[in-house]
Write a protein that binds this ligand. Structure first.
Ligand SMILES: Cc1cc2nc3c(=O)[nH]c(=O)nc-3n(C[C@H](O)[C@H](O)[C@H](O)COP(=O)(O)OP(=O)(O)OC[C@H]3O[C@@H](n4cnc5c(N)ncnc54)[C@H](O)[C@@H]3O)c2cc1C
Length: 463
């Protein structure tokens, strides 16, 4: 557990801030007991850092009051949704205040006539998806963490997910934001005139302000979904099949890829009925009307066969569909059967470079006593490169060296260090690989304009 060592002056400031907070917030909304604070010290990475104070706001006024106090005493603030982030965003590296936004979880309004919904940041993604589905509407961003991640966290990370190829990512569905700035003032974005502040704040990872209301765009819910699994004897054939499907002018709802290491892990973990000779797997969902699906599915099956799939399986019932997707859903826990530690890099390259980046990853791994499992959203070039390592001495350092090399290759191929998980502190060291100096400087200037005292999620995004 990392304990940020404070100077005496900083300790006094924290105490003054706490005294003032107690005057404006009800007691049960401010936690200071160690056992409470430990629950807010981690996220989906294995990092831990203990906050000094946890504040659980109920509304925008609570957020604003807390920020005014934090700003006055220069106490760091780290927003937290569900803490499922994979780059350290919700870990309070410098101590200070953690904002637990889970109590701000009301769906304020769903307007079926306008295809919009307004929610508080603590609403769980799946809850929003389910509620709008009751109106035959669809909120497409679908991170694999949808069952527990929050909309606030999704906006802050610009979360992607399995539907990105056809429907885009969180950014594409955010119409307006209510944001509390570090000085406690409240702004509303989403106006047509002027600069697009909504886009600036989407993906800002809690470093510029706190979202307290989020207005999202909805679209009509597709009538039907159909799923296909295609089994290949090598990964290049599976990648060819994915290309051929898209070349046939079909944009699947999801187009997921699993490599041999991932398949082996899943087979071992779930006992899934996947033959030993399967070395790569494509999972394809298409959605639309009965007619469009009837037209597209045979073309997809053909594309897979032309690319040497030795078997394809179309799920006809919800049960069969679920069985196919169970393999994909089990990847995360299954990988821990390979080794106890994992670095999950969500690299992204142009689709035409997927074969090449996987070849380079193989080359980097060659002869190294470490495992790498690759899977992910092949349709949008977003591959999760999972470096699995043991407790043996030197393994963690070796994993970090491999990550470093992979990142360089990704950027050399015109790709991005993060397709969807954000930067946090885990990837801040790679920012300058991808972002040229002038753009990097502009980003830092935005940060210091909005947050001149540097209290918003310090230690994240920039080194
Ligand atoms: C098993 C698993 C699968 C995953 N699959 C995907 C996937 O498919 N696609 C994907 O993109 N990600 C995925 N993730 C990563 C993670 O779920 C996403 O990044 C998600 O958006 C984080 O949401 P959260 O509510 O947990 O946010 P947290 O982890 O609590 O916070 C994330 C960041 O958002 C900031 N933040 C949170 N709320 C606010 C707010 N209201 N205002 C301002 N800043 C805020 C935090 O300070 C932090 O920087 C996965 C994670 C896991 C564990």
């Amino acid at each position: 557990m990392k304990l940020f060592k404070k100077t005496k002056k900083e300790t006094n400031k924290h105490q003054d801030a706490l005294n003032e907070l107690m005057k404006v917030m009800s007691r049960e909304r401010v936690l200071t007991a160690v056992e409470d604070r430990i629950c807010y010290s981690y996220d989906g990475t294995k990092q831990k850092a203990l906050p000094d104070i946890v504040v659980r706001p109920e509304n925008t006024t609570d957020v604003s009051n807390t920020l005014k106090i934090a700003n006055k005493y220069e106490v760091p603030i780290c927003a937290r949704g569900a803490g499922s982030g994979l780059t350290g965003g919700a870990v309070p590296l410098m101590g200070g205040i953690v904002f637990d936004l889970k109590n701000m979880n009301r769906i304020i309004e769903i307007c079926p006539d306008d295809f919009v919904a307004t929610v508080e940041p603590g609403v769980v993604t799946k809850q929003l998806q389910d509620e709008v589905a009751k109106f035959d509407l669809f909120y497409p961003p679908d991170p694999s963490s949808a069952a527990f991640s929050t909309i606030g966290g999704n906006v802050a990370e610009c979360a992607g997910g399995i539907t990105g190829l056809k429907y885009g990512v969180t950014r594409d569905y955010i119409l307006a934001l209510e944001i509390v700035l570090p000085d406690g003032s409240v702004i509303n974005t989403g106006r047509k005139a002027g600069y697009d502040l909504t886009r600036l704040f989407t993906g800002s990872e809690g470093t510029l302000g706190i979202f307290t209301k989020i207005t999202v765009k909805l679209i009509p819910k597709p009538e039907k979904i159909q799923t296909l699994a295609a089994y290949f004897s090598n990964k290049d054939d599976a990648i060819d099949a994915a290309d051929l499907i898209i070349d046939n002018n079909i944009l699947p709802r999801t187009l997921e890829f699993l490599d041999q290491m991932t398949i082996n892990a899943v087979r071992g973990y779930t006992g899934a009925d996947i033959d030993e000779e399967v070395k790569a797997l494509l999972l394809v969902d298409i959605d639309g009307t009965e007619e469009s699906i009837g037209h597209e599915m045979p073309i997809i099956e053909n594309a897979c066969r032309e690319s040497k799939a030795f078997r394809t399986k179309v799920a006809d019932t919800a049960k069969e569909r679920d069985a196919i997707w169970a393999s994909r859903r089990s990847i995360s826990p299954a990988l821990y059967n390979i080794a106890p530690h994992k670095i999950n890099e969500d690299i992204c390259v142009p689709r035409s470079k997927i074969k090449e980046i996987l070849r380079r990853v193989d080359q980097i791994k060659e002869g190294q006593p470490i495992y790498i499992a690759n899977f992910g959203h092949i349709g949008d070039g977003n591959i999760h490169v999972n470096i699995m390592y043991s407790d043996d001495p030197g393994q963690e350092a070796l994993a970090e060296i491999i990550v470093n090399k992979v990142m360089k290759e990704v950027v050399a191929l015109g790709g991005s260090i993060s397709g969807e998980h954000g930067i946090g502190n885990k990837k801040s060291q790679f920012m300058e690989l991808e972002v040229p100096p002038q753009e990097y400087e502009i980003m830092k200037r935005f940060k210091s304009y909005f947050d001149p005292k540097g209290i918003m999620n310090p230690g994240k995004m920039f080194i």
